[in-house]
Each structure stands twice: as structure tokens, then as C-alpha cells.
Design a protein around this ligand. Structure first.
Ligand SMILES: N[C@@H](CCC(=O)N[C@@H](CS)C(=O)NCC(=O)O)C(=O)O
Length: 198
């Protein structure tokens, strides 16, 4: 397996983290976004969206961190990471969508604004980030894991990185007691490792 990757990308980190947790190895191929390597023809042949992460496994080429988590879970991981019953599938899909929307447009955008100097509307982005973090904190009052199972699922891995990295975007995570307890539970899982900022 080969993962097209960048150390500081939370989307790439979520794939590296999951690979580590399920005991799978991938060759890491670093893509230099500043040099525009993600838009070159050889990379677009792997992921036409021109974004990382992208995974190659045999003949299979796949972009998008959420999609890669689904693939890895179904192909290589224990059932609890992506249970096939209808209720679990619905809940997991809902949280994967939350990662790709509310988390992306809130804490992840605040982070690229502060860390990488991209122009953002800081007040609007922080408002979205606080709403997303509060929603998570509320949910975690009564649930151990996001998809409500007894064990973690790919929903937790998809949402964790940019929620936990919100501090990089200038957002104070201290008030979110239940969210912080969930971060701690994730950090205690076998195979866990961090990334810069975590
Ligand atoms: N929905 C995608 C988003 C991927 C994404 O935004 N990747 C960023 C790095 S974190 C990227 O490649 N940006 C460069 C570009 O869009 O040109 C995912 O979850 O993987």
C-alpha cells in the first residue's frame, strides 16, 4: 500500500493513525502542496481531485480521507470499526459527513488560516468551529464513542484530528469537558500516535 501524504495535514494524519491502529503498513509518499505537486499529471492519475490523502492498494486508487477510512475498515479492520448493520452505517455516514463539512469549515479552516496564513473570515469561521465543538461536546455527554457503539468506529477517527487541533486555529478547547474526555479515550487506544500539534 502507498499513501500520498503530508505530515501537517490532519486529513492525511487520520489515515496514518487508522493504519497504525489496525496494524497495517503503508509506504508514505510525501506530496509538497506548496510546490503544487498535487496538481501534476502523475498525481492526478491517482486522485483526479488533486488532493491528499490518496491511497494506492494494488490496482485500487482512492482519494478522500473519509473514503479511505471506509475502504481500510472494510478490507483490513475488525468489524467494530465499521459495523454493517443499518443503524451503525447511518450513524457513521452522518459523522463522516460532519467531518467533511462542519469540522472542515470550522476548526480545520481556522487552523489553515492561522498556521498557513490563508485568508479567512476569522469571526465567521470561529463561530462555525465553536458550534461544531459544542455539538460534539453535547453528544459526548451521553455517548462514549460518536457512532454510539461500545467500541470506537471510523467516525471517531474521522472527526478527531481537526477537532483536537482546534487550538492551532486559536480556539480554546478547555471548556469542552466531554470532548476532552473523548480525546483522552482516543489517545488511550492501542496503536495511537500523535502529529505536530497533538
Ligand atoms: N475531502 C478531502 C479533502 C482533502 C484536502 O482538502 N486535502 C488538502 C490537504 S489537507 C489538499 O490536498 N489541498 C491541496 C489542494 O486542494 O490543492 C479529504 O477528506 O481527504
Amino acid at each position: 500500500m502507498r499513501l500520498y501524504d503530508m505530515t501537517l495535514s490532519g486529513n492525511c494524519y487520520k489515515v496514518r493513525l487508522f493504519l497504525g491502529m489496525i496494524g497495517q503498513q503503508a509506504e508514505l509518499c510525501s506530496i509538497d502542496l506548496r510546490a503544487g505537486e498535487q496538481k501534476r499529471a502523475e498525481f492526478l492519475a491517482i486522485n483526479p481531485r488533486g488532493q491528499i490523502p490518496a491511497l494506492v492498494d494494488g490496482d485500487m486508487k482512492l482519494g478522500d480521507s473519509q473514503a479511505i477510512l471506509v475502504y481500510l475498515a472494510r478490507r483490513y479492520a475488525d468489524e467494530h470499526w465499521d459495523p454493517l448493520d443499518a443503524v451503525s452505517q447511518g450513524r457513521i455516514a452522518s459523522w463522516l459527513s460532519f467531518a467533511a463539512n462542519e469540522i472542515l469549515y470550522g476548526p480545520a479552516t481556522a487552523r489553515v488560516g492561522k498556521l498557513f496564513g490563508l485568508p479567512i473570515d476569522t469571526a465567521a469561521v470561529h463561530q462555525k468551529a465553536l458550534a461544531a465543538l459544542q455539538l460534539l461536546d453535547n453528544h459526548l455527554v451521553t455517548h462514549t464513542w460518536l457512532a454510539e457503539g461500545a467500541q470506537p468506529s471510523i467516525a471517531d477517527i474521522a472527526v478527531y484530528p481537526y477537532a483536537a487541533l482546534a487550538g492551532d486555529g486559536g480556539i480554546d478547547l478547555t471548556p469542552y469537558t466531554h470532548l476532552n474526555a473523548w480525546f483522552a479515550r482516543i489517545r488511550e487506544l492501542p496503536g495511537y500516535f500523535g502529529m505536530p500539534g497533538l
